[in-house]
Design a protein around this ligand. Sequence first.
Ligand SMILES: [Zn+2]
Length: 85
Amino acid sequence: MYLTQRYLLTRDPQPYCDDRLVPLTVGHLVVECLSLTHLRHRYLYRCRGRDSGVYYISKVFGPECLAQGHDVFRFLGEAGILPKL
Ligand SMILES: [Zn+2]
């Protein structure tokens, strides 16, 4: 959680996403961030609500989805997030 929580230790301003509209959190990156939409559709489509089409972080980080090799790790990896957490 280094990238998103570091400010708590260093007293730097809280980091914001590239769009500057929302605080940079893992939740934002995984289920909200528009700049990662294409990766989300590719790797996390199983984590979408069947009716709403909304992504649920509870699904992304649900027990069955944290199994080794699950796509959330590829999502985070290709998004460049993994090395910074
Ligand atoms: Zn964003």
